[in-house]
Design a protein around this ligand. Structure first.
Ligand code: CTP
Length: 417
């Protein structure tokens, strides 16, 4: 994602280095635009080294590249940290007498400001009115925090911590990029903020030789829907992606905060999920994992002349990844499994799910029915969710996104409880 970090001239400007670094470490292309005053607190070479991009402050730099509007037009997200009372006033009133001002005016990207100033300035009616104006226009205001200030006094006015600013800004960008055009989703609160969720998605491929595999019809749509819904609700999301359908993978790319770990076979998925689960609070297994893999993988392409009219492939059992994750579950961690069954009958689906749950022991098991024409790749689905004891705790029908939110509601309840 292309991120512009504006820095205005306050003592907290030194902390902006942490914001820039946090964004760069998460793989974003960061362009720093300090005001003249900011450069009195933190030097351009530091900002260039940390952001890995040139730092300009005047509209008269690189005039040929029309830099005064180009940065804003290309930005996916603008973060101003620290935002002084003066800079907030300028943004609120559309003043553009420097590169930061023109960049913000020329941009339609989500804007996040992190104010920092003395308490009196924060409480001044002018600042209060400017903040209200900015909020009314959809600008996200992070902080300020309450605590010791530079003059030895204390109160609201401290710049929020850099990692909080980065997390809030990326959550805003994710919400904006996956926003429902109807706007209905906007109202959903960030109830999973700070929660780390890993979801496996797609279907594994078990190689027979360098060009062939045994696979399944899973596209990864449901796993991606869960990842996108969780990110929208503020969670820190990782997707362990087993051979996702191209369009599904692209839908994830639209959410810049979601980390994708590609895998292919069941054994690779087991290794990746084992490593990721240790660092996540919620573990969801939507991936269709092959229960068996070819006992031998031919080093070269298997030739008909060598195999004859019939060919037998010996398969060996793959590990049950979900059962392994349940066995390694940490205190407070929520592990969710899916159970796909080819039955149309509700009672039979629940009975099969309960039997499966005895083997799996997941905190939640999501039961859905699949068939030749239902389940895989479809946009709509219907599920029944059972708990560890086999009791029905939720039922949802609708788009995979709606079902994802219903499942996350059940997960959120368990995280609290
Ligand atoms: N699963 C897994 N490892 C496997 C097989 C399945 O982790 N080797 C997980 C799936 O990701 C899913 C759950 O277990 O969350 C149930 O998968 P499903 O295919 O419905 O069940 P199976 O364990 O394959 O049982 P059965 O063969 O009886 O349908």
């Amino acid at each position: 994602m292309n991120v512009v970090v504006g820095i205005s001239g306050g003592i907290a400007a030194y902390k902006a280095v942490g914001v820039v670094r946090g964004l760069v470490l998460q793989g974003h292309d960061v362009h720093v635009v300090p005001t003249e005053a900011a450069l009195r607190f933190v030097g351009a070479p530091t900002l260039e080294a940390i952001s890995r991009n040139p730092v300009r402050t005047s509209v008269f730099d690189d005039v040929a590249q029309v830099r005064h509007v180009a940065l804003g037009q290309q930005a996916d997200l603008i973060v101003v940290a620290p935002a002084t009372a003066h800079t907030l006033a300028k943004i609120a009133h559309g003043l553009s007498d420097d590169l930061l001002g023109t960049t913000i005016l020329a941009s339609t990207a989500p804007l996040v400001v992190a104010p920092a100033m003395h308490t009196e300035m924060w409480r001044n009616a002018a600042t209060v009115a400017n903040i209200e104006l900015l909020r009314a226009r959809g600008v996200t205001v992070v902080g300020p925090a309450d605590g010791p200030l530079t003059g030895g006094d204390s109160g609201p006015g401290r710049l929020s911590e850099p990692d909080e600013i980065v997390a809030a800004a990326l959550a805003v960008a994710t919400r904006a990029s996956s926003a429902d055009p109807s706007g209905a989703e906007e109202a959903r609160v960030a109830d999973l903020a700070g929660v780390r969720l890993v979801v496996s998605a797609g279907g594994t491929r078990e190689p027979l030789d360098p060009v062939r595999f045994i696979g399944n019809r899973s596209t990864g749509k449901q796993g991606a829907a869960i990842a996108l819904a969780a990110a929208r609700r503020g969670a820190d999301v990782t997707v362990v992606a087993a051979e996702l359908d191209g369009a599904v993978l692209q839908s994830l790319a639209a959410a810049p905060t979601i980390r994708v770990v590609p895998v292919s076979s069941a054994l690779e998925l087991e290794t990746a999920m084992g490593a990721e689960a240790a660092a996540h609070d919620v573990v969801v297994m939507t991936a269709a994992v092959a229960d068996y893999r070819p006992a031998e993988v031919a080093p070269g392409k298997i030739k008909k002349d060598d195999t004859g009219d019939e060919m037998t492939v010996r398969l060996v059992r793959n590990p049950d990844v979900l059962a392994g994750l349940v066995a390694a579950r940490r205190d407070g961690q929520v592990v969710v499994g899916f159970a796909a069954e080819t039955t149309e009958d509700r009672d039979e689906l629940v009975a099969l799910g309960r039997t499966k749950q005895l083997r799996k022991g997941a905190d939640l098991l999501v039961l859905n029915s699949v068939g030749w024409t239902t389940g895989f790749g479809a946009d709509d689905t219907s599920v029944i969710v059972i708990d560890r004891e086999g009791a029905e705790v939720a039922e949802a029908r609708g788009s995979k996104r709606e079902v994802a939110d219903a499942l996350l509601d059940a997960v959120a309840e368990r995280l609290v409880g």
